[in-house]
Design a protein around this ligand. Structure first.
Ligand SMILES: [Zn+2]
Length: 163
């Protein structure tokens, strides 16, 4: 379960998408579909077993999150949608955020939260690392949830902002 201790820099439009993404992340984290995918995943760059990864991400997470306009040169050299600071704060890239769907923001939040939890990856191609794997699985399960015919009421608001 992810909660934000401190949210800074977001406009009201940006913060409403952030809240939708956080709700989505928390629905995904407790879903059987997500648990099954995580427990069946072969993670690299960690000594933790899938059960240990699942146990660790099932703990309550309290993170600080902020959004910044990146320096111009970063647009050309990096695909990063966010990064995490030494003090455990997650920082999102405003330009990338503006183009992301709610499931993609959910992916970014979980990816950066994994860094806060101590998981690393070697490169941006490191798809079997915990941050990339959980991000991708979160996005997949999110998209499945949102495309099912019977969208639950608590998800309707998310679908409508995800057009
Ligand atoms: Zn990363």
């Amino acid at each position: 379960m992810i909660n934000f201790r401190k949210v800074s820099g977001f406009s009201s439009e940006e913060v409403s998408r952030l809240i939708s993404a956080r709700i989505l992340v928390n629905i995904v984290l407790v879903s059987d579909d997500f648990k099954k995918k995580v427990l069946g995943f072969k993670f690299a760059t960690t000594n933790d077993s899938p059960e240990e990864v699942m146990g660790r991400i099932s703990q309550p997470w309290l993170i600080n999150i902020s959004i910044v306009t990146p320096p111009f040169w970063k647009r050309w050299i990096s695909q990063e949608t966010g990064h995490e600071c030494a003090d455990g704060c997650v920082v999102l890239d405003r330009d990338k955020y503006a183009c992301q769907s709610i499931p993609e923001i959910a992916d970014t939040i979980i990816h950066e939260a994994c860094h806060v939890a101590g998981y690393r990856h070697i490169s941006e191609q490191d798809v079997t690392s915990v941050p990339y794997a959980l991000g991708t699985l979160t996005k997949e399960v999110s998209q499945e949830l949102l495309t099912e015919n019977n969208v639950p009421d608590h998800l309707a608001a998310i679908t409508s902002t995800n057009s």
